[in-house]
Design a protein around this ligand. Structure first.
Ligand code: SF4
Length: 292
């Protein structure tokens, strides 16, 4: 192979690698010896950026099982992945929240991380003035089951994680009794910043934060939501019914099944509610096909 054709082939390979990077591919599970360099198509259908150097040594391009990002020659600035090159599009109602429906294709975890970063300094409602930090949510970005609570309390505000106090410990025991772990579910609140003195969130605060948890759910795409307590259930289902009226059966929110149940804090104050909560959890278990 002549020097010119080798350079063209390498340029084509580099162009293809950049294309894979834009698709989110991070590894090439092939070995160098299988790369058909002599068969690379250098026709105009494979775009070769003019900035691509023509003197890249073959050895810098070809190690097997090397992350795609390391294939770029060291003397060329690595291309910025498309997803980071510009801010994600934002919806009208919440300028800090990217539109999950139009965001570049990426894993749920990456999209959640982007979303969390974009709202770290959110000031869409007055609750930002009293918070320590935005309590975004935690757990498996691909969880089939998402628990939805109300708002962070003192300990959650300090820890930056939902359900870490006494209520959180009870929720952890409930999840364990279902045959799951906290790492296998996702937990979030419909209000991300602690209301002062743990007062009830006000309607404008609820409205301000709704696009955020809706964007979260769009990233998560779970199968089932478990609404913990009256506030979360009413917010998710747009109803004024009480939790006693709502619990015990699934409700639909679009394509999502929603199981309302008593909030762990209520169960701590009213141990007789444990049986009802467990009945609700068993319905979720059946829907998910998990056993204790
Ligand atoms: S409660 Fe929600 S909308 Fe209000 S400042 Fe916090 S993150 Fe933003």
């Amino acid at each position: 192979m002549s020097e010119g054709s080798t350079s063209a082939a390498l340029a084509a390979v580099q162009s293809y690698v950049r294309y894979l990077q834009r698709l989110g591919v991070t590894e090439l599970p092939i070995t160098l010896t299988r790369l058909p360099l002599v068969a690379v198509d250098t026709s105009p259908s494979v775009p070769v950026p003019s900035a691509t150097p023509s003197h890249v040594p073959v050895s810098s391009v070809t190690p097997s099982h090397v992350p795609v990002s390391s294939v770029t020659p060291s003397h060329v600035s690595p291309p910025v992945p498309t997803m980071w090159a510009s801010p994600p599009p934002v919806p009208d109602r919440h300028s800090a929240v990217p539109d999950a429906a139009t965001a570049p294709a990426a894993s749920p975890a990456v999209r959640l991380a982007q979303l969390a970063a974009s709202v770290r300094d959110c000031r869409q409602c007055r609750l930002h003035t009293g918070r320590t930090q935005v309590v975004f949510g935690s757990g498996d970005a691909q969880a089939a089951l998402v628990f939805v609570g109300e708002a962070p309390g003192y300990e959650e505000d300090r820890a930056g994680e939902p359900f870490v106090g006494a209520s959180g410990q009870l929720l952890t025991r409930i999840i364990t009794a279902m045959g799951l772990t906290r790492d296998q579910v996702y937990i979030l609140n419909v209000i991300k910043c602690r209301p002062p003195h743990n007062r009830n969130p006000q309607p404008d605060e609820i409205a301000a934060c709704q696009p955020l948890w809706e964007a979260q759910l769009a990233c998560l795409q779970p199968k089932i939501l478990c609404a913990l307590g009256t506030f979360a259930a009413r917010t998710l289902l747009h109803t004024e019914e009480t939790i006693s009226q709502l619990r015990g059966r699934f409700h639909m929110r679009g394509v999502l099944q929603v199981m309302p149940t008593y909030h762990p804090a209520y169960v701590l104050r009213n141990p007789q509610a444990r049986r009802a909560v467990w009945e609700d959890m068993q319905l979720i278990q059946q829907a998910l096909g998990v056993r204790s």
